[in-house]
Design a protein around this ligand. Sequence first.
Ligand code: ATR
Length: 274
Amino acid sequence: MREIAPTTALCGIVLHPAGHTRSPAMHNAAFRALGIDAVYLAFDVAPAALAPAIAGARALRVRQLAVSVPHKETVIAHLDEIDATARRIGAVNTVTWRDGALLGANTDWLGVVRALERATPLAGRRAAVLGAGGAARAAVHGLLERGARVTVLNRTVARARELASALGAAAAGSLDDLAGGRFDVIVNATSVGLREDVSPVSAAAIPAGAVVLDAVYDPERTRLLRDAEARGARVVCGKWWLVEQAAEQLRLWTGLEAPREVMAAAFDRAGQPS
Ligand code: ATR
């Protein structure tokens, strides 16, 4: 760890529970690589403590706070400005201190887009987003923004329809509707597969030649991604979603280009059993 000086900037993430976050590892590695005099900590903030936590961040002039589950929607009420994209997505994952005000933004959508763009351009592609929660909302926004034709598929079809109509996706359906959809891009934005060897969809429904991104990053090679590879699809693991959304956070605060490979390596190390 570098030396902490009186001028060292404080950044962090608020979430609950805080046990599994790899954000401090990623951001601190980026600070070190870029020579930024800052430290990044994880703050375990229960829902009832969010308002005083944000007030405290304001008083302490915390430069940037990432916001994770379960605070991404509720934090909005405590900020001074929300950018148009975060408003449309209905969630803030980044709070940046600027000119005496707390600005809310959303970088999750760009994380999805940039992770996918490692493997494929998105304009005109047929994309399926699995899920209808906050992660799915960010994914749908990002894909639409890049000109993809988006279908929302969810276990609870009514939620898929609501999301599709709220953001202007082309279609909605159940997870079973993946079969026969001839999708070029598939994004898993459900929590299925998290520390469990299960997939939200059947392997046979994944088209060969598709690009599949899994928001689940633990394990790195989820059942969905292994099934996709076995079907001849290309895969992008959830790590890149997290690295890319964090890279954009760093850019919002410092204007600097993030050292993505350094952050990815730190992410990997933070996931190893200690
Ligand atoms: P987040 O905001 O993090 O995306 P969320 O709002 O809790 O989280 O959404 C979780 C998503 O995972 C939902 O789409 C949920 O489907 P439902 O809307 O039907 O609840 C999906 N999900 C969770 N467990 C699932 C399971 N066992 N099978 C299929 N989908 C599941």
